[in-house]
Design a protein around this ligand. Structure first.
Ligand code: DX5
Ligand code: ZN
Length: 231
């Protein structure tokens, strides 16, 4: 029996939107066909930049029914899981390099009733996720150094995606495999061919042009790449 096609999802990152017109950005993403929204939380410690906290997540939650994917680029994820879950985060994605026991983060996020993802920076091997890999709803491979939108895609993310894809397929897990950073219509093809299924896109959605058209281009790119993926 042929394997059913994988579900491919586009998650615009609001970090690239106009913060003074966030409601419009949310509406444009939703009506343009986004499957989820990605919210980049930065604490000025784990990464050099500072973005926003639970209040902004709650404001977005009030405007959309799309799943909210909260990317916690923060040093102390355990301290804030509950606040971001209460604010309306559906998936809480923590960094394995953060100062927390990954097993404890997964356990606590689950106890709250949240879906849980774990992220690796470009320099971190996938093996850093070993202790929790089988229990995740999402594996997030960073293709830029976390901290800022609008950077270029680092191709060393591709072998890491292939490795994660092989492992998930071998174990029969339908965990989301997320790629984040520098995803454009060009790099999305390669990421999808390498097995990514969840595409975070900031500038490619919000910087210039029109959101629905940008999402349509990204959608064709991921479908084209996925069709090339070895199954
Ligand atoms: C980077 C963030 C990304 C970023 C994506 O630290 O985690 O989600 O906003 O933006 P682009 O797609 O512009 O690289
Ligand atoms: Zn992100």
């Amino acid at each position: 029996m042929p394997t059913p096609p994988r579900r491919l999802r586009l998650a615009p990152s609001l970090l690239s939107a106009d913060f003074a017109a966030l409601g419009e950005a949310v509406r444009a993403a939703e009506s343009g066909g986004a499957d989820a929204l990605h919210l980049d939380v930065m604490d000025g410690h784990f990464v050099p930049n500072i973005s926003f906290g639970p209040a902004l997540v709650a404001a977005v939650r009030a405007r959309t029914r799309l799943p909210l994917d909260v990317h916690l680029m923060i040093s102390d994820p355990l301290r804030y899981l509950e606040a971001f879950h209460r604010a309306g985060g559906d998936t809480l994605v923590f960094h394995v390099e953060a100062d927390a026991d990954p097993e404890e983060v997964v356990r606590r996020a689950r106890a709250l009733g949240a879906a849980v993802g774990a992220a690796v920076r470009p320099a971190t091997p996938l093996a850093a996720l070993d202790r929790v890999f089988d229990r995740l709803d999402q594996v997030l491979v960073m293709s830029v150094h976390p901290g800022f939108s609008g950077q270029s895609f680092l191709p060393e993310a591709l072998p890491k995606l292939r490795e994660a894809r092989a492992r998930l397929d071998r174990d029969g897990h339908d965990t989301d495999l997320s790629i984040d950073g520098g995803v454009t219509a060009a790099t999305a093809v390669d990421a999808a061919a390498a097995g990514a299924t969840f595409f975070v896109c900031g500038n490619a959605v919000f910087a210039g042009g029109e959101v629905a058209g940008n999402l349509a281009r990204l959608r064709s790119a991921v479908e084209e790449g996925a069709a090339r993926a070895v199954r």
